[in-house]
Ligand binder design. Structure first.
Ligand code: SR1
Ligand code: MG
Length: 428
C-alpha cells in the first residue's frame, strides 16, 4: 500500500483564497501541468461548472487540451457561508485517490497536481463523459458501468482491508482517514439522524409526503434499524471507503466509467459503498415512471436498471472472492492457518458467510441512502427533475416504502430474488 504524506495537519490556511478565473489561470501558469493546455495563459478558457453540494469545479480549455480543477470551499456550497466546512476534504480526496490508484487502474481520473495551500486538485478533464445520474434520468444505458463499479468496489476495498494489509499498515491507514471528521459528521447526521427527526435541514415533497414522513419519524422499529446501520458505519472498520458512491460520483461514456469525488473517504463497512451505488440504482428505478412519455413508458429502462443492480453485486461478489482466494497476505484469515481439506471446506464456508453479511449490509445501507435522499437535506435529480409534485411523490413513496420494509424486515431479503419481488410490488 502506498504511503500518503500526512500533510493535512501541517498546512496553514493563511495562503488559501477562493479561486476565480484570473487566480486559477495564474496558478496553472506556474505549474508543469500547463503543457497539457498548450499556448499561453491568455489562450485559456476557464469555466466554473460545479453543481455539487460542496465545491467549486472549473474546466480549463487550452489549444492543446483541457484540465479539471476542483477546489474545496470553506462552507457547504449548497447551503452557503451559514454552514461552514473545513477545507481538509480536498486532502482526504487526494489521499483516497493515491491509495486506491495502484489497485483500480483507469477507474479514477488521472491526478496531475494537488495544492495543499489552496486545497485544490488539478486532474484529467473527462470531457467526453457525463455524470451517470444524468444519463439514467435521460433513459440512457451504459453497458459496462455495473461491472466496472462492482470490480472497483471489490478491488478498492479488498486491497485496503485486513485481507491484504498487516494489522500495522491497516491501523496507520485508519489513523490517516480517521481525521476526516467533518465529512463523516455530515454522513452521520444527514444519513442516520436527520431524516428521522424534525430538522430545519430536511425537506420533502409537501404536502403529499407529510404524513408518511411523520409516520417514519414515529416508527420505533425503523429508527432502531437505522441506528443499527449507523453504529455499523461508525464502528465496522473493514476497508477504505469512497464514502459517497452515488450515481453522481460516477462519470460515464458508453465504453468507460470513472469514479470521482471521494472526499468523504473513511474506513468503514464495505456494504456502505456497495449500498450507495446499489441504492442509487434503485432510486433511479423508482424515478423512471416520473420520466415516462407517450413514446417511452420507461419499463424497459427499469428492467435494465434492475439487471445493473444484479450485475453490480454479482461482479463485486466474484471479484472479491477471487481476490481473497488468490491472495491473502494480510493478517485477517492468515494464510498459514489452512492446510487440511477440512480446513479449506471450513474456510470456504466462512468466506460465503462473510459475503452474506456484506450483502445484508449493502441492502441496509442502500435503504438508508434511499430514505435520506427523499426526506433529508440533499435530494437527487432523479426525483427533483419530475416537475409534477403528485407524480414525483408517487415515485418517492414507492422508494420510501421499500426502503422502510428492507430495514425493518431484513430477514425477508436473503437474496436478490426476494428484493426483486418486493421491488415489483412497490413499483406498481
Ligand atoms: C452537505 S453535503 C450533502 C451531501 O452531498 C454529498 O453528495 C453527500 O452525499 C452529502 O451527504
Ligand atoms: Mg460529491
Amino acid at each position: 500500500m502506498r504511503t500518503v504524506a500526512r500533510v493535512a495537519a501541517d498546512t496553514t490556511q493563511r495562503d488559501y483564497k477562493i479561486l476565480d478565473p484570473p487566480g486559477l489561470t495564474a496558478l496553472l501558469a506556474s505549474l508543469a501541468t500547463r503543457v497539457r493546455l498548450g499556448g499561453v495563459p491568455s489562450d485559456w478558457r476557464v469555466r466554473e461548472v460545479g453543481d455539487g453540494n460542496l465545491n467549486l469545479v472549473f474546466l480549463v480549455d487550452g489549444p492543446a487540451g483541457s484540465v479539471c480543477v476542483k477546489q474545496a470551499l470553506p462552507y457547504v456550497r449548497a447551503a452557503g457561508p451559514s454552514w461552514p466546512m473545513t477545507l481538509e476534504r480536498a486532502f482526504f480526496e487526494n489521499a483516497y485517490y493515491s491509495t486506491v490508484a495502484p489497485h483500480v487502474g483507469a477507474r479514477i481520473p488521472e491526478i496531475f497536481h494537488y495544492d495543499p495551500a489552496l486545497y485544490c486538485t488539478v486532474m484529467e478533464c473527462l470531457s467526453g463523459h457525463i455524470i451517470l445520474r444524468q444519463g439514467l434520468i435521460a433513459g440512457r444505458r451504459y453497458p459496462h458501468v455495473a461491472r466496472d463499479l462492482g470490480e472497483f468496489v471489490a478491488r478498492a476495498c479488498f486491497w485496503t482491508s485486513s485481507f491484504a494489509l498487516s494489522c500495522e499498515a491497516k491501523m496507520e491507514a485508519e489513523r490517516l482517514f480517521a481525521a476526516n471528521h467533518a465529512l463523516t459528521r455530515i454522513s452521520v447526521d444527514l444519513i442516520f439522524g436527520d431524516p428521522y427527526r424534525l430538522s430545519e435541514r430536511n425537506r420533502h415533497t409537501s404536502p403529499q409526503l407529510d404524513s408518511l414522513a411523520a409516520e417514519m419519524r414515529a416508527d420505533s422499529a425503523l429508527k432502531v434499524a437505522v441506528a443499527r446501520m449507523g453504529m455499523k458505519f461508525m464502528t465496522q472498520s473493514e476497508a477504505l471507503l469512497h464514502g459517497d458512491l452515488h450515481s453522481g460520483s460516477v462519470m460515464v461514456t458508453p465504453e468507460d466509467s470513472r469514479v470521482i469525488d471521494p472526499e468523504f473517504a473513511l474506513y468503514g463497512p464495505i456494504g456502505f459503498d456497495l449500498g450507495a451505488f446499489f441504492g442509487n440504482l434503485l432510486l433511479s428505478w423508482f424515478a423512471q415512471p416520473g420520466h415516462a412519455t407517450s413514446q417511452d413508458d420507461r419499463i424497459a429502462q427499469q428492467e435494465w436498471l434492475w439487471q445493473q443492480a444484479v450485475e453490480f453485486w454479482n461482479t463485486f461478489h466474484v471479484t472479491f472472492l477471487g481476490l481473497w482466494s488468490a491472495s491473502c497476505e494480510g493478517d485477517a484469515y492468515p494464510k498459514g492457518l489452512w492446510s487440511t481439506a477440512q480446513d479449506f471446506v471450513a474456510l470456504q464456508a466462512a468466506r460465503n458467510a462473510y459475503l452474506e453479511g456484506t450483502f445484508a449490509d449493502m441492502l441496509g445501507f442502500a435503504a438508508c441512502k434511499m430514505i435520506r435522499r427523499i426526506l433529508g437535506f440533499a435530494h437527487v435529480q432523479d426525483f427533483e427533475s419530475i416537475p409534477d409534485p403528485a407524480r414525483r411523490a408517487h415515485c418517492e413513496t414507492g422508494a420510501l416504502t421499500l426502503a422502510r420494509h428492507v430495514l425493518t424486515h431484513p430477514r425477508q431479503f436473503p437474496s436478490l430474488n426476494a428484493l426483486r419481488d418486493a421491488l415489483t410490488r412497490r413499483g406498481e
